[in-house]
Design a protein around this ligand. Structure first.
Ligand SMILES: Nc1ncnc2c1ncn2[C@@H]1O[C@H](COP(=O)(O)OP(=O)(O)OP(=O)(O)O)[C@@H](O)[C@H]1O
Ligand SMILES: [Mg+2]
Length: 337
């Protein structure tokens, strides 16, 4: 069809200036980009490209579809956004500054926080995998409470978004955990938005929406519990494995990008499955195989111990040593033993 357009051709004249949406950290507006007037800007905003930052890291195909523009135009807009933000190579000292802006969220257990180098980190994905009742969902709830606390108490004074694929979100648990910390439970509940995802496409859509609304809501935590259950149910059999991995891979890269753009912590859970070669070594392996293994920055394996005790093993991290921590899951939430 009409693939190629010049910027100017595409600009329809509109009387009123539409609400293009939020600005990114740079303070630049999408319409500051050459070739993006109110009409394209509005379409892009409606598809989630509300900031120059978001456009700078988009792929041409995605942006073209979002703005109903040609891919060549999209490529030019992306390049302009990158130039404007000075994206590309940067010196290590600048990168370090960005890393230092990463926030930390306490888990509720000092031992666990130490294992994570000071708590769960923003700008990255943390994957918690383990068997049923190992505490993955309890941890998700605890993080939703803790993120709301002030920095001196291990929080970021921010809100949380919860995407629930298994129907195991329980506001009552948030109330328990908030009250145990002397927090106003009504306020705590208001600062957590929740959605049930009914299939993998819905899950992806909700996560994209979450990343769009994060700046408006001051959300610094996205929970995805669990990342793999729908994929596992929908893609059964060997023949569908490649398609499943490809879709999961794209999904996770979107999450990663959102985590970086929004300076947000993404906490995903994953079940373990029996492996046919269980006889040799670990009888369990996370669902999702090698694709999932390479996207999340921090991967942890949770297992049950006696009573309320749980053991968390840091399996993979770019900057932390492997190790283990023991903690408890109580009515009050996650605590040290
Ligand atoms: N109100 C509570 N008081 C004390 N402990 C609780 C409470 N609610 C849950 N737990 C503990 O948390 C466990 C369930 O953990 P959780 O739901 O986080 O498991 P999970 O790893 O998400 O499992 P699954 O893979 O089935 O989703 C319970 O077995 C119990 O030990
Ligand atoms: Mg669970």
């Amino acid at each position: 069809m009409d693939e190629e357009h010049d910027y100017e051709d595409f600009e329809e004249t509109e009387e009123e200036t539409p609400d293009i949406g939020v600005e990114g950290e740079s303070g630049l507006e999408v319409t500051d980009l050459p070739g993006v007037g109110p009409a394209i800007g509005k379409r892009l905003a409606e598809s989630g490209y509300k900031s120059v930052e978001a456009i700078a890291v988009a792929s041409p195909g995605e942006l073209a579809a979002a703005g109903s523009i040609g891919e060549t135009t999209a490529t030019k807009i992306i390049k302009a956004a990158r130039d404007m933000l000075d994206i590309g190579f940067e010196t290590a000292d600048l990168f370090l500054v960005r890393r230092q802006n990463a926030g930390r969220i306490t888990t509720g257990s000092k031992a666990l926080d130490d294992l994570f180098g000071g708590g769960l980190e923003t700008q990255s994905i943390t994957e918690m995998y383990g068997s049923f009742r190992s505490g993955k969902t309890q941890m998700a709830h605890q993080l939703c409470v803790n993120i709301q606390r002030p920095p001196e108490e291990g929080g970021l004074e921010a809100t949380a978004i919860y995407v629930d694929t298994e129907g195991t979100f329980r506001p009552e648990r948030l109330v328990d955990m908030a009250e145990a910390l002397g927090m106003d439970s009504a306020k705590v509940l208001q600062n957590v938005v929740w959605a049930r995802a009914y299939n993998s496409d819905h899950q992806i859509l909700l996560c994209d929406q979450a990343m769009e609304m994060a700046p408006d809501k001051n959300a610094k935590l996205l929970i995805l519990d669990s990342v793999t259950s729908h994929f596992r149910a929908e893609y059964t059999g060997r023949g569908t494995l490649a398609a499943r991995q490809q879709k999961l891979n794209k999904h996770l890269h979107h999450l990663q990008r959102g985590a970086e753009i929004n300076n947000m912590a993404v906490y995903i859970t994953n079940q373990v499955m029996s492996r046919p070669d269980a006889f040799f070594g670990d009888p369990t392996a996370p669902v999702g195989g090698h694709v999932l293994a390479h996207v999340p920055q921090t991967r942890c394996y949770l297992r049950k111990s006696k009573g309320e005790r749980r053991i968390c093993r840091l399996v993979d991290s770019p900057n932390l040593p492997e190790g283990e921590a023991v903690f408890s899951v109580l009515k009050e939430g996650i605590r040290d033993v």
